[in-house]
Design a protein around this ligand. Structure first.
Ligand code: NAP
Length: 299
């Protein structure tokens, strides 16, 4: 990397933020795309408003935003893309003439992962485990892509109900009426799913390294109803949820491609370009090396 007077700066704000893989992904993208850009983590302990204003005044081209600021950052932006506003979460700030505009590329990242693995949402029955930020984005994506039904299963039912309410509003307004049926249920009612097969999204942190033996639903009967499982966790490469889906004879994927594609989509916004698939593939392989996951998955 040759840093000089022309080098542009990108970064990520969050707290904590030192563990993030984003600098690795973005700096590799810049190297492969031959761009004179450096990407840095910025740990913002307090005063998010000043951090956003300061970044803008310093000429920073674009920022990612991570936990705990994805919602709190919205008031400090000059505009927020409609879907990001509906979800209530922004993870990408794009520089404009008057301030930063906010986007949600987590949702685009998940969609691009599903497309690359040939998992359709249109007309499908979906079950989402969890009702945090990731589950919320997943529910909006499934609604936008016209899934036939979405069931949110969560330990705290009120949080699942709040997402159902917001997605229903979105369906009524933005999609102008839709046939998608969205409901919330307490986690322990997982055995009351009545459609024959579901696409399941695992959106809790259960199973995340180092607690790799944890899973939100242990009962193998549940996995008989799953035709495909996507765990948003990417470390370990194969979570217990994925093992149970595979044991039931179905396809399972982790969240590494989602992570990579959300970064690629942000990079494309910042630089107004399209990253070629062969470059995305190179970065993916490097991520597997960094995470010690080369050769860990059977397929
Ligand atoms: P979050 O907002 O904190 O939500 C966590 C969810 O997990 C909540 O619904 C919570 O239930 C549930 N949960 C936690 N402990 C539980 C337990 N012991 N039993 C049952 N449910 C439990 O987290 P998030 O931001 O949505 O992230 C969730 C996961 O997605 C994380 O592992 C994160 O790494 C992953 N993720 C991946 C990507 C990617 O790019 N691949 C992007 C975003 C997130 P309650 O509501 O009852 O507390």
């Amino acid at each position: 990397m040759n840093i000089n007077g022309q080098t542009e700066v990108l970064g990520i704000i969050g707290n904590p933020v030192r563990h993030t893989l984003s600098p690795l992904i973005h700096n590799m993208l810049s190297e492969l795309m031959e761009r004179n850009i450096v990407y840095l983590p910025f740990e913002v302990k307090q005063n998010l408003k000043d951090a956003v204003k300061g970044a803008y005044e310093l000429g920073i081209t674009g920022m990612n935003v991570t936990v705990p600021y994805k919602t709190d950052v919205i008031p400090y932006l000059v505009e927020t893309e409609e879907l990001a506003e509906q979800i209530g979460a922004v993870n990408t700030l794009v520089r404009t003439q008057t301030g930063y505009a906010g986007y949600n590329t987590d949702i685009i990242g998940l969609l691009r992962e599903l497309e690359s693995e040939k998992v359709p949402l249109l007309g499908q029955h979906v079950v989402i485990l969890g009702a945090g930020g990731a589950a919320r984005a997943t529910a909006f994506l499934c609604a936008k892509k016209k899934a036939a039904s979405i069931v949110l299963l969560n330990r705290t039912i009120e949080k699942a109900e709040a997402i159902v309410c917001d997605v229903q509003n979105f369906l009524d307004k933005a999609i102008n009426g839709s046939d998608t049926v969205i409901t919330a249920r307490p986690l322990e009612q997982y055995n009351m799913l009545n459609e024959r097969t579901y696409i399941a999204f695992q959106c809790t942190q259960l199973g995340l390294y180092p607690q790799t033996d944890a899973v939100v639903i242990e009962d193998e009967q549940f996995y008989q109803k799953i035709m495909c499982g996507i765990d948003l966790i990417y470390n370990p490469a194969e979570t217990k949820f994925m093992k149970l889906v595979k044991k039931a004879g179905k396809r399972a994927y982790n969240g590494l491609k989602m992570l990579l594609y959300q970064a690629v989509s942000a990079y494309e916004y910042w630089n107004d370009l399209k990253v070629p698939e062969e470059i995305i593939e190179k970065v993916y392989k490097q991520l597997l090396v960094e995470l010690g996951q080369v050769g860990e998955m059977d397929d």
